[in-house]
Every structure is written in C-alpha cells, then in structure tokens.
Design a protein around this ligand. Sequence first.
Ligand code: C2E
Ligand code: MG
Ligand code: MG
Length: 466
Amino acid sequence: MALHDTLTGLPNRALFRDRLDQAIAHATHTHSSFAVLACDLDRFKSINDSLGHPAGDVLLRVVAERMQSVLRPYDTVARLGGDEFAIVLAYLDEESTAPSLAERLIAAVGEPIFLDGQAVEVGVSVGITVASENDGDADELFKRADMALYEAKAGGRNTYRTFCPDVGARVATRGQLGLDMKEAIRRGEFRLMYQPVVDAATGKVVSLEALMRWSHPVRGEISPGEFIPLAEENGLIIPLGAWALREACREALSWPEVLRVGVNVSAVQFRSGLEEAVLFALAKTGLPAHRLKLEVTESVLMQDGDAVIACLHRLRALGVIIALDDFGTGYSSLGYLRRFPFDKIKIDRTFIRDITDPDAAAIVRAVVSIGERLGMGIVAEGVETAEQLDLVRREGCTQVQGFLFSRPLSPQDAQAYVLSAQAGSVAASSTPSLSTPKRRRKPPTALPPACPARCLVPAFGGAGLT
Ligand code: C2E
Ligand code: MG
Ligand code: MG
C-alpha cells in the first residue's frame, strides 16, 4: 500500500521515482535510451464537478486501465495524484517509440467512457522527454517532461509535445512574463483597445468591445492570447480584470449614450469577486448598467454551474447585458443555451472565416435560428471581407464585428470613430442595398451596401480612421 495508489492500483509517486532511478541506472549501464512522460487529463475537473466524485473515481480507474493496456509490460505508469499520471518507457530502441506510444495513449484515453449511462469524453495532454545516460537525475528529467506537458496544454490539449531546449527557453520566458506582469500592472503597462460592433441591418455602431493589450518594455506588444492564460494561471486576472471593467466603463461614458461597452471576463474572475468588481466599476464611474455587456465563454458555465448562473442572473437583474463569446468552439453545448438566457451569442470567427463553405454556413444558419427561437441576438465575429459580410447578413446575423469595419482602436480613435460613424450612418441608411438578406424575418427598410475589403468604416458610411 505504501507503493500503490489505492484508487487505481497503479504505482504511486514513490514507486514511480524508484522505477525512474532504475531506468537511469540501466541506461547508464547499457548506453541505451528511455523516456519519461508527464500526463494530465483535460476537462477532468469539470466532469468531476458536474457528475460528482464517485463518477470521477470510476473515470480515473477506467483511464488507468486504458493507459496500462497501451503500454508494454516493462513500462511503468503511475498515478501521482488527482488527474496527474506519469510514465517511464524503459529500453527505447527507436526515437519514434515514445511519440507513437503517446499517440496511442491519447487515442485510448479519448474513447467515450460511460458513467451513469452517460457517455463522457476526457482527453489527456502528454509531455515527453527522451533521455539516455548522463541526461540528468530523476528530478531534472521529470521537470523536462513537465515543461513539455505545459506546452502540450498550451498547444490545445489532448496532444503531446517532446522536450527540447526551445521548450525550456519558452517555459522560462513564460515564467519571467508571469513575474513581469505584477510590475506591469503597477506601472500601467496594460491598456484597452476598442473594436466596434455594428448592427447588421442599419449599419449603426451599437457597441465597442474592450480588448486588452500589454506593451512590455522589453518584449514589445504581447497579445492577450499569450498573457490572459498566464494571468488566469497566476491569479493576476483578478486585479487586471477588475481594472479592465473600471477602465472600460469610464471610457464608455465619453461615447454617445446609445453605445454599450463589451468587456471579456474569465472563468477565474467568477470564482473570485466578479460581481463586486462589476458593481464597483458601475458605482465608481456612474455608467448605467444597461450600457455594460459582459462577454463570457462556456468555460465559465462549466465550472460550478449553478453558482455562476445565479451570479449571471443577479448581474442581469441589474441591467447588465450578458453575451456568450466564441460560440462554436469548445463544447458548444446547447444545454448551456437553455441554462441561461443570454442576450447575445457571438459566433466564433473560425466559422465566419469559412462561411463560403456550405457546411460552415449551415452551422451559422442553425445557430441563428436557435438564437431567434430563444430571443438571443447573433453577432458574427471576425468579418473581414465584403463577401463574408454579405453571407452573414443573409444567414440572419443581427450584429457584425471584424476588421472589415475596424481593427481594435485606441480610446482616442474609438471616440473619433463613433462620432463620425454616427454622423455617417444617417447617410448610409438611405443608401440602397447591394444585397438583401434572404432569411431575415423583418427585412430592414434600407440596408447599407457591402463594402470592398480594403475599406473600413465606409461599409455603412462614416470615415475610415485606421
Ligand atoms: P474575443 O473576445 O473573441 O475577441 C475577439 C478577437 O478577435 C480579438 O482578438 C480581436 O482583435 C479579433 N478580431 C476581431 N475582428 C477580427 C477579424 O476580422 N479578423 C481576425 N483575424 N481577428 C479579429 P484579441 O484582441 O487578440 O483578443 C483575443 C482574445 O483574448 C479575446 O477573444 C478574449 O477572449 C481575450 N481577451 C482580450 N481582452 C481581454 C480581457 O480584457 N479580459 C479577458 N478575460 N480576456 C480578454
Ligand atoms: Mg469577446
Ligand atoms: Mg470571441
């Protein structure tokens, strides 16, 4: 019992360590190679939270069996704790053995698992390091596998990565970036840019989405795709997110009253004081609640669903608008659309990019009709070309956002944009339409023309500013 995990019967951390030491000794003795794999289940926490711990235990046992079935008799798979597993592949004769075993492992774990009559799917991310004699001690090797695992997770999960010095350097950079972030908040290196969202029928700007930027003193501009996950990991998203809420509300006060501001919020913020941060931002700036739109992704609802939904209802009761962001990626579970009456669904830009493909168009059409049925407006994200605009309007999207209209703008440019677009949209609404959407229930009286890809604002009149 001292050497095995009671739940799965697999070797535990102590025995794993022993096997790894043996593999190192054997490689030194025979001048051969071996590999260490660090594995972490994807989505285990949400399954455990939603189906309960007994179901989570069954799942871990099934995963343990599947992992063992893929490995060779002389390999060791251990459960280190929670949903963390580790593997020693002894005696590697070929370099390709470790990646091909990782592939089989991912495929085996990814097969549906039946829990309480329900099929659930869990993924596994794998970090690999291949070693031979004198490649470092057990701690060093495990650290490398763990860094590669981090890369696999960052690379979209349910995949594997192999350690190389680059991986080490990247992980070190990320670690440094995490440290820099604290200082950056204090030094005010973060700022918000604003991207207009336009009514598909009238061409009027209806809101602007606040998008965060970080100007790093050494590394230059860092995209939110890089620093938001890091801030979520180290918890700095809480002060950063609260700042973004205050800053966006303050900025929106300088716009015409009809315009809302959209602010993205992370799942982590819901666990720690989002409601207070929203109330504080509204109270401090005096922005009416109905002018604030929160954009959440499904990951928000996947955590403690009931508490989050209650929180969303309270925010909505204040008048705050709630949008479901990036729909079509992740789970896209229709169940979530029933659990909370979102005001808007934003269709992820990958569907808009491919909208000339009839299959992508069919998905957009389906989401539009669900939205119509449930009374949720549909926003098409990432509209870049006149053709895409034409198609998303035909499919019945109610609002559009994308580089065709404008890239995210500095606060000054955003102000100028909204003023000129307001003036311009009066003219645009009397411009005859080039294309009439087929599917809108109530066709607008006059549609603005679709514009050539290179023009920005003039899709609906107004002067281009970028
Ligand atoms: P998002 O909320 O879905 O924001 C839309 C992203 O699409 C933005 O990327 C925007 O610049 C980009 N985009 C808009 N139109 C187009 C287009 O026509 N073509 C292309 N290729 N891209 C377009 P950005 O600013 O890099 O932000 C990425 C993501 O980072 C956001 O996705 C959001 O999830 C997250 N994010 C940004 N700011 C914040 C924030 O303040 N808080 C949190 N929690 N997340 C944020
Ligand atoms: Mg968003
Ligand atoms: Mg989005």
